[in-house]
Design a protein. Sequence first.
Length: 108
Amino acid sequence: MARDFDVEDFGCGLIRFENGASIYLDNAWAAMVSETIIGLRVAGTRGGATMWPFSLVQSEFAHFVECVTTGRPSLSPVGQGLEVLKMLDALYVSSATGKPQPVEPERP
């Protein structure tokens, strides 16, 4: 059965950083699939982690879990959230133009 939505039900993107790192992300909330898969995988040169089920390999992730479970302030500044929103907006622009969209970071 087809459903009409006035927002995206699927999105994906590739973000490349100046230091050579990249992130691929995708999300689908209204997909017509038989099984829901929720997951997160981070792989790096000094460690990695997989969530759902959660498996810890690097101390930065332990800090994140501690902050969530105890309410301790995170070492990640709030401004990082703004940078993430800029990247998501750039994905929209890139999708509309068919070209990579640079994101200028905030400079202190």
